[in-house]
Design a protein around this ligand. Structure first.
Ligand code: CP
Ligand code: NVA
Length: 310
C-alpha cells in the first residue's frame, strides 16, 4: 500500500464499508468510467500486482478485475485450485502468508466465507471477496452504481428480490441496511434468506412475501439470479421444481414501478429465472451492470491501495 496509507482494509462483505465510503466509491467509479470512455490514461497502480484466486468458474469477475488492473497500470497473477497448491490442500493461512508477500492486493472467489476470512487474517495486503457461498459484494457495488447512473439515489427505494436466498440476496440485505433502502424478498419455501448469514441487524431493511408478484409490486428495481448457484449443482433437479414460479416475467415487471429497472448479475438462464422478453427488454440494464463491475472495482482497488484521492 501507499506509504502513509497505513490502515489496511479488506472487502470481505458489503458491510465492511460505511455509507459515506460508498458515496465516495460511487463518485470515483463515475470519474474513472468517464476517463476510460474518453481514452484518458489513468495509471495510479503502476508496479502494483493483483493476485486473483479462483476456486469457482468466472467470466465477468475475471475480466473486470484483470482488465481493470491493467488499465490502472498494474499487473495480475491468475491462480486456480487446479493449477496451484491450493488444490493440494495447502492451508489458506500459509497461502495468504506467501502470496501477500509478493503482491499488493488479492481477490478470491471460493466456497466458504470462512476460507476467505482465514486468508484475510493472515494476509499483509487487502483481500477482496470475488464471491463466496455467502456473499457477492463486488456485484452489489456495481449494481447500485448502475442504479444510481440510471435513476439517482437508491435511498428510500424498493428492490424486489425474486428467487434463491443466496449470496446475492444476503448481500442485497446488507446493502439495504447500510444505504437505506428496502428489499422485498420472495423465495420458494425451503430457500429463504437466513438473516443470521445475511448478517443484518435492522429487520426493517427487508420484507418477505410468499408470492413473487407481491414482492415486485411498486418496486423500483426487480432483480433475480440463477436457481442453482455454483457449488449446489447436486440440488439442480430439486431446485428446478421448487423455483418454477420464480421466473421474472412481463407480468411481474408490470406491477413494479412503470420505470422499474431489471438487473441480473449473470450468467442468466432465459426461460428459468427470467424470460427472454424481460432480460432482453427495454427495462433491462444487465449489460451496463456487467460493464460496471470493472469501473466499480477499479474504484474499490484504488481506495483500498491508495486511500482517498485528492
Ligand atoms: N456476475 C458474476 O460474478 O459473473 P462471473 O461468475 O462470470 O464472474
Ligand atoms: N449466485 C450465483 C452468482 C454467480 C455470479 C452463484 O453463486 O453461482
Amino acid at each position: 500500500m501507499k506509504p502513509g496509507h497505513s490502515l489496511m482494509r479488506h472487502y470481505l462483505q458489503f458491510k465492511d464499508l460505511r455509507a459515506e465510503e460508498y458515496a465516495y466509491l460511487f463518485e470515483r467509479a463515475r470519474i474513472i468510467k468517464t476517463r476510460f470512455k474518453n481514452y484518458e490514461r489513468y495509471q495510479p497502480l503502476v508496479d502494483r500486482t493483483l493476485a486473483m484466486i479462483f476456486e469457482k468458474a468466472s467470466t465477468r469477475t475475471r475480466v473486470s478485475f484483470e482488465a481493470g488492473m491493467y488499465q490502472m497500470g498494474g499487473s495480475v497473477v491468475h491462480l486456480t485450485t487446479g493449477d496451484s497448491q491450493l488444490g493440494r490442500a495447502e492451508p489458506a493461512e500459509d497461502s495468504a502468508r506467501v502470496i501477500s508477500r509478493m503482491v499488493d492486493i488479492v481477490m478470491i472467489r471460493t466456497y466458504e466465507q470462512s476460507m476467505l476470512e482465514r486468508f484475510a487474517a493472515h494476509s499483509r495486503v487487502p483481500v477482496i471477496n470475488g464471491l463466496t457461498n455467502e456473499y457477492h459484494p463486488c456485484q452489489i457495488l456495481a449494481d447500485i452504481f448502475t442504479f444510481i447512473e440510471h435513476r439517482g439515489d437508491i435511498r428510500g427505494k424498493v428492490v424486489a428480490w425474486v428467487g434463491d436466498g443466496n449470496n446475492m440476496a444476503n448481500t442485497w440485505l446488507q446493502a439495504a441496511e447500510i444505504l437505506g433502502f428496502t428489499v422485498h424478498v420472495s423465495t420458494p419455501s425451503g430457500y429463504e434468506i437466513d438473516p443470521a448469514v445475511a448478517g443484518v441487524r435492522d429487520t426493517n431493511c427487508y420484507k418477505v412475501f410468499n408470492h413473487p408478484m407481491q414482492a415486485c409490486e411498486g418496486a423500483h428495481l426487480v432483480t433475480t439470479d440463477v436457481w442453482t448457484s455454483m457449488g449446489y449443482e447436486a440440488e439442480n433437479e430439486e431446485r428446478r421444481k421448487a423455483f418454477v414460479d420464480w421466473c421474472v416475467d412481463e407480468e411481474m415487471m408490470a406491477v413494479a414501478q412503470p420505470d422499474a429497472l431489471f438487473m441480473h448479475c449473470l450468467p442468466a438462464h432465459r426461460g428459468e429465472e427470467v424470460t427472454a422478453e424481460v432480460i432482453d427488454g427495454p427495462q433491462s440494464v444487465v449489460w451496463d451492470e456487467a460493464e460496471n463491475r470493472m469501473h466499480a472495482q477499479k474504484a474499490l482497488m484504488e481506495y483500498l491501495l491508495l486511500g482517498r484521492i485528492g
